[in-house]
Ligand binder design. Structure first.
Ligand code: NDP
Length: 452
């Protein structure tokens, strides 16, 4: 049987574009359909604009610090409209790069929605059908709001980058990556931020307790009004904003409300019902270690599979797919020991097991230190950093590392190389410190915590 293409990719985000490009470079005839903007969540409404907003929001703090170092600086106001204009110009530029990557590698693109008709056929909303030996679904996910009265008035992370004006007050609902990052960003930009987390326990559930406690402490110290056990039951529009009611009956008013209450895979109306592709409880496409679905010619990567929902993971899944299918080297995706950062202020970088998880798994030693770094201490700030290693007593390997510090994302990327490659505590100890830095503590901590 002959097909129009060797590979048809549905979705032009980070994972889909990477897979299309490397498959084309491997000699495959490739097409890709994208219904929205090229670059997907990461480039258009996620990591990239978020990080630029993190930078924008960090200047007031830097200016306060500069004053402490003897500089005469005065922060004027923040011009959201000017920043937003530059932000969108940058996103346009990046989208152009994504389109160019595809065209310069000979990938044919269709700017339209595509759905799956059968094991080898894709239906285009713009009209017509295309056949392919392999179909790769890389359509990502979308933010979801809880099912409660008035939730339709709330914003999601998709909307933040398009606000006409920054509100004076904002309620952020949720305690995950997105809620905490936007709480810090908007607080830094001068918005009065209240964050409601529905559980009584700490935000950033699933991360190391000590690390997330320190992040929450830092967020509060910088002005975020973080409220635990605050569970919203409804919101109603009022003049100039919204009235929000919690399950305990308390009501408060805010100009804007942002729901950062999780994301779901984009599998709705994708035509998968009759194809034999299996979906999980959250609507995710179920795949094996090679990203293959229950239909052998259909693969899926990235957030639509709801494995580890991070851009670099989707990219690696795309590369492994091409190795497996087009380069004849079956390559399972490695989801172990993935370093990640949460761009809160203070920032957190983490890899491996939390202290709590490691304790369940076996005997451990914990090496940790929390201190005021030189730069902030000189500027009279109370902000503390955390450097923490979790070590297996049996293998001596470092099974977890948790850093809370400015630029913790950069730090965990580097330390992650050693940990991913099985470094032991003694190997860390053999490495000479770089002085004076914050991370030198990672190679100079000699005594495990006594309570470990
Ligand atoms: P998360 O699933 O991480 O967080 C959702 C939050 O909303 C949780 O705190 C959850 O509470 C809470 N929640 C869920 N339902 C309700 C409800 N009905 N009412 C009130 N609160 C509720 O999702 P995010 O949207 O923050 O992020 C999605 C994914 O995107 C992340 O898991 C991550 O993979 C990725 N991401 C990565 C970033 C990075 O690398 N820096 C940045 C942003 C996103 P509970 O604790 O009970 O689950």
């Amino acid at each position: 049987m002959t097909f129009d293409y060797d590979l048809f990719v549905i979705g032009g985000g980070s994972g889909g574009v990477r897979a299309a490009r490397v498959a084309a470079q491997a000699g495959a005839k490739v097409a890709l359909a994208e219904e929205d903007r090229y670059g997907g969540t990461c480039v258009i409404r996620g990591c990239v604009p978020k990080k630029l907003m993190v930078y924008a929001s960090s200047y007031p703090q830097m200016m306060r610090e500069a004053q402490e170092y003897g500089w005469t600086v005065h922060a004027g106001g923040f011009d959201w409209t000017a920043f937003r204009g530059k932000l969108h110009a940058e996103l346009d530029r990046l989208e152009g790069i994504y389109r160019n990557i595809l065209s310069s590698n000979g990938v044919e693109t269709f700017d339209t929605r595509a759905t799956v008709k059968d094991a080898h056929t894709v239906r285009l909303a713009s009209g017509g059908e295309k056949t392919a030996k392999h179909i790769l679904i890389a359509v990502g996910g979308h933010p979801v709001k809880p099912d409660l009265p008035g939730a339709e008035h709330g914003l999601t992370s998709n909307d933040i980058f398009h606000l006409e004006t920054l509100p004076r007050t904002m309620l952020i609902i949720g305690g995950g990556y997105i809620a905490c990052e936007f709480a810090c960003i908007l607080n830094g930009l001068g918005v009065h931020v209240t964050q409601y987390y529905h559980r009584e326990t700490q935000v950033l559930r699933g991360f190391d307790d000590e690390a997330r406690n320190l992040v929450a402490e830092g967020m509060r110290a910088s002005g975020v009004n973080l409220e635990l056990g605050a569970d919203i039951s409804e919101m109603t529009p009022i003049e100039g904003g919204y009235r929000v009611t919690c399950r305990d009956g308390e009501t408060r008013e805010f100009e804007q409300v942002l729901f950062a209450t999780g994301r779901k895979p984009n599998t709705g109306a994708l035509g998968l019902e009759d194809t034999g592709v299996e979906l999980g409880d959250r609507g995710e496409i179920v795949v094996d270690d090679y990203s293959q679905t229950a239909v052998p010619s259909i693969y899926a990567i990235g957030d639509v599979t709801d494995r580890v929902n991070l851009t670099p993971v989707a990219i690696r899944e795309g590369m492994a797919f091409v190795e497996t299918v087009f380069n004849g080297r079956p390559t399972p995706v490695d989801h172990k020991l993935i370093p990640t950062a949460i761009f809160t202020q203070p920032e957190m970088g983490t890899i491996g097991l939390t202290e709590e998880e490691a304790r369940e798994a076996g005997e451990i030693e914990v090496y940790a230190t929390s201190f005021k770094p030189m730069r902030q201490s000189f500027a009279g700030q109370d902000e503390k950093v955390l450097m923490k290693l979790v070590v297996s007593k049996k293998t001596r390997r470092i099974v977890g590392c948790h850093i809370v510090a400015p630029e913790a994302g950069e730090m965990i990327q580097l330390v992650g190389i050693a940990i991913k490659n099985g470094a032991t505590k003694e190997e860390f100890d053999r490495t000479c410190a770089v002085h004076p830095t914050m991370t030198e503590e990672l190679v100079t901590m000699r005594e495990p915590r006594q309570d470990a």
